[in-house]
Design a binder for this molecule. Structure first.
Ligand code: G6P
Length: 621
């Protein structure tokens, strides 16, 4: 949700900033801008539209200079217009600021500034108010004389941020202070990239990994003063900040599309490896259980858990919904799944030994972070299931399980979902083996999990078949998805994928709910996708398909094993995935739905990796 890149070094800043923004475009892509300082001029280019549009502006009139800041926006306050695009300036026109987050009290601050004196605002954004506020404090400190300009600017940032209610990741430059950038964060991620005679700031390491793999993940309330050859971190309260330089796990190669036309397709095809990596080193054939050292809990503590709450948003929530079925089945523990946005604001009664898992690919989703904080505030042990190493959720949780899925760039989540579902099975196995699962049952779970990567490979071979189906239905006015038990959340996820990238109206429901209203939507133009593998509820699904058939609704069935035969004459299109036990089936059954959404979007000529209005990481409420 908005991406920031800053650079100070010896190279020309423009190509580095633009390249970084391209890599952060998944965070927002409705407008973009840069401010680069060249001697006594702040060169600004900004416009509504994609990074490519900004690129054209920059090629037409290349801004020179070796330090600057840049931004790709996902609008919160103010429409995506040229005017509202970042950077924004203070009243003097010398200070330029980019911001990710929301300044909640910006109206009050704006009114105060206007009352105090000459403050002319040229945009509708909260960011411009912050730029004016910092600028005001900086100008005021000038009259006191003695402190040097760099520390005066840091102090002005600190003073302004102490007045702010809300969230921010910011970067700013001042025309009169050469080779100097100030960054700060609260609630929105910001990483410092440490290079040789150059340093970087970015919302995410993917923006800078081509230049350096040494990173400092800033903490909330950190303020960082960045120069070419040094940096200094202090806290909002004015104390010296503690930091650690970490090595980024992945390389620039990992975030390239390679020969794939879209990141989404690349990531769908990475799933045999990403699911394997989610399990790597975590299965013990000897003890017939899962080993999850990152939970940081003793056996006795794990044994004492009597309830699990799973929370997340979007795709992560759907993975959690499957987790509810998996953990209840394997471990016999009561599990609840909650939208993070609801959980954080309601007073869920939680009993003594409740364990909470916050599931988030990015580890930065504001609502999930809010849920995690609320849960910890109440004293519950709260663990993270994240992909992004050192993300805020990963760092603020009491422990957790990393997905190790590698960077996911496509806005529509795919491989993170199957990794999350795999981790749900590991958790189910771990808790199950401490309760009623025997060694042989534990072994069977391990066998089923270990078979998955090869079965995903098999499932991916269905892509041409799915593509044909996609062509047939790409212009449908709506699509309904149905499933039962473990595959009900798969129906939700299939519908979400389709909505996200094709903009076709889609809904997912438990199959049996069909007759409670949804059946009114069934007609020849609206295909119904049934996820109906060979399991205990297949016959029930079949009944529901008959009900659709009787009303001339086209049926696409995702099934497994011998059930394909039983669908002859009922389903119009049948997709058969490999047979697997019910608790791992979602990892396979979701893949044709990912491919269906993908090929439908391609057929419609849509921008698969950057769907309209969406952002991959939603760091605002
Ligand atoms: C956004 C994205 C979704 C994602 C959700 C949760 O809405 O568009 O694709 O599933 O956030 O993201 P997280 O990073 O917390 O898993």
């Amino acid at each position: 949700m908005c991406g920031i890149v800053g650079y100070v070094g010896r190279s020309e800043a423009a190509p580095i900033l633009l390249d970084g923004l391209r890599r952060l475009e998944y965070r927002g892509y409705d407008s973009a801008g840069v401010a680069i300082v060249d001697g006594d001029r702040v060169e600004t280019r900004k416009c509504a539209g994609r990074i490519a549009d900004l690129g054209k502006l920059m090629t037409a009139e290349p801004p020179a200079g070796t330090y600057g800041i840049s931004h790709t926006r996902w609008a919160t306050h103010g429409k995506p217009t040229d005017q509202n695009a970042h950077p924004h300036f203070d009243q003097s026109g010398k200070l330029a600021l980019v911001h990710n987050g929301v300044i909640e009290n910006y109206q009050a601050l704006r009114e105060d500034l206007q009352r105090e004196g000459e403050h002319n605002f040229t945009s509708d954004t909260d960011t411009e108010v912050l730029a004016h506020l910092i600028g005001k404090h900086f100008e005021a400190s000038g009259s006191n004389g003695n402190a040097n300009a760099k520390s005066r600017l840091v102090t002005a940032v600190r003073t302004a941020l102490q007045q702010v209610i809300g969230t921010y990741g910011i970067a700013l430059v001042h025309k009169d202070i050469p080779d100097f950038i100030v960054g700060a964060r609260r609630g929105s991620p910001l990483v410092l990239g440490v290079g040789k005679e150059e340093n970087f700031l970015a919302s995410d390491v993917s923006a800078i990994v081509a230049y350096t793999r040494d990173a400092v993940y800033l903490n909330d309330f950190d303020i960082v003063a960045v120069e070419r050859e040094k940096f200094e971190i202090s806290s909002l309260a004015g104390e010296g900040g503690h930091y650690q330089v970490s090595k980024v796990e992945f390389t620039d190669e990992d975030i390239k599309k390679g020969d794939y036309p879209h990141y989404m397709l690349k990531e769908i095809y990475e799933q045999p490896g990403s699911v394997r990596d989610a399990m790597r080193g975590r299965l013990s054939a000897e003890e017939c259980t899962a080993k999850l050292g990152g939970l940081e809990m003793t056996t006795a503590e794990l044994r004492a858990v009597d309830r699990i709450v799973l929370t997340g948003c979007g795709t992560a929530l759907h993975a959690g919904r499957i987790g509810e079925y998996i953990i209840e089945q394997l471990a016999g523990l009561p599990v609840e799944i909650e939208f993070s946005s609801e959980f954080r604001h309601r007073n869920t009664p939680m009993t003594g030994d409740t364990l909470v898992f916050a599931i988030s690919q990015s580890g930065e989703t504001a609502d999930t972070l809010g849920a995690l904080r609320e849960s910890r505030r109440k004293g519950y042990r709260t663990l993270g299931i994240c992909n992004n190493v050192a993300s805020t959720i990963a760092r603020e949780s009491d422990g957790g399980v990393y997905m190790h899925a590698g960077p996911e760039i496509g806005v529509a989540a795919t491989k993170s979902f199957t990794s999350q579902v795999t981790i749900m099975s590991l958790i189910g196995l771990l808790f199950g083996r401490m309760r009623h699962l025997s060694t042989s049952e534990g072994s069977e779970v391990i066998d089923a999990l270990e078979a998955l990567p090869a079965q995903i490979e098999e499932t991916l071979k269905l892509t041409d078949h799915v593509k044909e189906i996609a062509k047939k239905y790409a212009r449908s006015p709506g699509v309904l998805f149905f499933g039962r038990q473990f595959n009900y959340p798969v129906a939700l996820e299939g519908a979400l994928k389709l909505k996200e990238i094709t903009y076709i109206f889609a809904e997912g429901h438990p199959s049996a709910e069909l007759k409670h209203g949804i059946i009114a939507l069934v007609r020849p133009e609206v295909p119904c996708v049934f996820i109906a593998p060979d399991d205990a509820v297949f016959s029930k699904n079949l009944n529901n398909m008959e009900q659709v058939k009787a009303r001339k609704g086209p049926i696409i069935a995702v099934t497994s094993g011998g059930c394909a035969k039983r669908l002859e004459g009922i389903a119009d299109d049948v997709i058969t995935v490999p047979s697997a036990p019910d608790f791992v089936m979602p990892v396979l059954s979701v893949i044709p739905l990912q491919l269906l959404a993908y090929h439908m979007a391609v057929e419609l000529g849509l921008d698969v990796d950057k769907p309209r209005n969406l952002a991959k990481s939603v760091t605002v409420e």
